[in-house]
Unconditional design. Structure first.
Length: 103
């Protein structure tokens, strides 16, 4: 299992709602958040992620991120893999670089 981190930027006048993500290289891609609750680390699934109008949303260690389950092949450091973010009928494609540790 891998985690996807990125800085998402929305320069438009309306929020962008990400309701799903996928990749041809992984069986499942889930929208997730790492959270501390009562001193315990928890992984919380999210149905959507919202990038505010004219704003940013950070996918980072210890917070919101993509969970990438069951790779088709073991990815290598430096390799770039496609991820598709689904936003209410439209799609945004991005490449995520495989790193041995979080940025």
């Amino acid at each position: 299992m891998l985690a996807g981190f990125a800085e998402l930027v929305n320069s438009g006048p309306a929020p962008v709602i990400i309701d799903r993500a996928d990749s041809p290289n992984f069986k499942h891609v889930m929208l997730h958040e790492s959270r501390l609750e009562n001193g315990l680390a928890r992984m919380v699934p999210h149905a959507t992620l919202v990038v505010p109008a004219g704003g940013r949303l950070s996918l980072a260690p210890g917070g919101l991120h993509l969970m990438l389950h069951e790779p088709q092949q073991a990815p290598a450091a430096g390799q770039k893999l496609p991820v598709i973010l689904h936003c209410g009928g439209s799609e945004v494609s991005a490449e995520f670089e495989i790193r041995s540790e979080a940025p």
